[in-house]
Design a protein around this ligand. Structure first.
Ligand SMILES: Nc1nc2c(ncn2[C@@H]2O[C@H](COP(=O)(O)OP(=O)(O)OP(=O)(O)O)[C@@H](O)[C@H]2O)c(=O)[nH]1
Ligand SMILES: [Mg+2]
Length: 251
């Protein structure tokens, strides 16, 4: 048995640390590990350039990550309703196919660029840079990036954002932070979404979700909310305002 990850495959394989994440490549050769490492390194360089570009324009950028359907776009729609008068907002949407989410955001009067990744399961820094070229950055102070719905890969690709946020929706089950720790560990804040459904879900325990999140991320904050009935949206908007004002004072 492998002493690194416990798999039963006796072929050579590697476990390495890219500086933030432990990456297991259990059934591949060292060459593919090298290629993967170079791709991550190139991505990190582009992400740094994106971050500099955003900072030149005093933009706070938020990367939203979750499983498909956890409520990212619905939360953005609600957030735009709350904050549109105070902040100039733009959104970059990531999906494998369709302009659906960008159309939903544009219907709120906010500019949105849709990235369709084809078969890629996450956004990367080059895709985000291409989208940034299409946005009037002078006219933006709060940028949301809605990543592709996926609880694994998005966490490994820096996009140049300032804050990573992971959503956990109540119908997914309270054990997801324990089962998919990498994406929850990457989160500065966890949002428990669709809390209006809690009375109907007898097996989602917010305390249990909190316990699992704390086990992977320490004492980071959690907000319970519902984009349907508006509960917790004030706390979420207060967190965003704080993030924007901290950004301004750090520039
Ligand atoms: N009950 C309830 N349903 C919600 C809530 N937020 C979103 N939904 C529903 O969940 C479904 C998915 O919502 P989206 O906002 O499209 O989710 P998403 O994470 O953007 O989905 P992808 O972009 O496909 O990953 C829709 O049917 C929404 O109406 C909520 O707070 N409560
Ligand atoms: Mg969406």
């Amino acid at each position: 048995m492998c002493t690194d990850c416990g798999c039963n495959n006796n072929r050579p394989h590697t476990v390495y640390n890219d500086g933030e994440n432990i990456i297991h490549t259990p059934h591949s050769d060292p060459l593919s590990v090298e290629v993967h490492s170079q791709l991550l390194s190139q991505n990190n360089q582009q992400a740094s350039l994106n971050r500099s570009l955003l900072e030149q324009h005093n933009i706070t950028a938020i990367n939203l990550m979750s499983s498909p359907g956890a409520g990212k776009t619905s939360l953005l729609e609600r957030t735009i309703d709350e904050l549109k008068g105070e902040y100039c907002i733009a959104v970059i949407e990531g999906d494998l196919e369709t302009e659906n989410d960008a159309a939903r955001i544009r219907a709120k009067g906010v500019s949105a660029i849709q990235i369709t990744t084809g078969n890629a399961c996450h956004l990367d820094a080059t895709m985000v840079n291409n989208a940034l070229q299409q946005i009037d950055l002078e006219a933006v102070d709060l940028l949301f990036i809605e990543n592709v719905g996926n609880l694994v890969c998005p966490a490994s690709f820096d996009l140049g954002q300032h804050h990573n946020i992971t959503l956990l929706s109540t119908p997914e089950g309270d054990d997801k932070p324990a089962k998919y720790p990498v994406i929850f560990r990457a989160a500065e804040l966890m949002l428990i979404t669709k809390c209006d459904l809690l009375p109907l879900l007898d097996d989602f325990n917010p305390q249990q979700a909190t316990h699992y999140f704390r086990a992977v991320s320490g004492n980071r904050p959690i907000i319970q909310l519902s984009s349907k009935n508006g509960s917790g949206i004030d706390a979420w908007c207060a967190w965003l305002k704080d993030a924007c004002s901290q950004k301004l004072t750090s520039l």
